[in-house]
Unconditional design. Structure first.
Length: 166
């Protein structure tokens, strides 16, 4: 195994319909012109910290709101996908150097529209742990808080993002 994956495509089974709650929510975000925040997610501690940090960042910065990566990526006719594709910028908080979700988002909306953040260098822990449950919940939350604070500080310096108030 050479450790490199060239570009590839993925066939996804189509779907009829969309998430009714997601439709209402995404239309509200479009009307507000909020910037979507997406994140890595899953059972991995690094993805969980990215997810928790993304929730904090979106909650604490008025011009930002969480977007559903699954609906954005896999329901192309949804308002969620329309919001993310139409936004001037999107923020992607990935959990590690693999940047899985960010690689998809950059292809979907264009690299120039993505503020891509790898959360792992912001806390430098748990590189030998996989499951989030192997780190106590309070510790996960504390590390996510540290990561969110660093991301908010970075966004305050980034003029391509709408005014950031914390």
């Amino acid at each position: 195994m050479d450790g490199y994956t060239p570009d590839f495509t993925l066939d996804v089974q189509g779907v009829k319909g969309f998430c009714p709650a997601g439709e209402v929510y995404a239309k509200q975000q479009i009307a507000k012109k909020n910037i979507p925040v997406l994140s890595c997610e899953g059972p991995c501690i690094r993805g969980e910290i990215a997810r928790l940090a993304a929730n904090l960042v979106a909650h604490e910065v008025p011009s930002l709101s969480r977007a559903c990566h699954a609906e954005t990526f896999f329901v192309p006719h949804s308002s969620m996908a329309h919001w993310v594709k139409g936004a001037e910028k999107s923020i992607m908080i990935d959990g590690c150097f693999l940047k899985c979700h960010g690689r998809v988002l950059k292809k979907l909306v264009g690299e120039e529209k993505v503020i891509h953040i790898d959360a792992l260098p912001l806390y430098k822990k748990y590189t030998d742990i996989f499951l989030m449950d192997d780190v106590p919940e309070e510790e996960r939350k504390a590390v996510a808080r540290q990561v969110a604070d660093k991301i908010i500080a970075k966004l305050k310096q980034d003029e391509s993002v709408a005014p950031v108030a914390a």
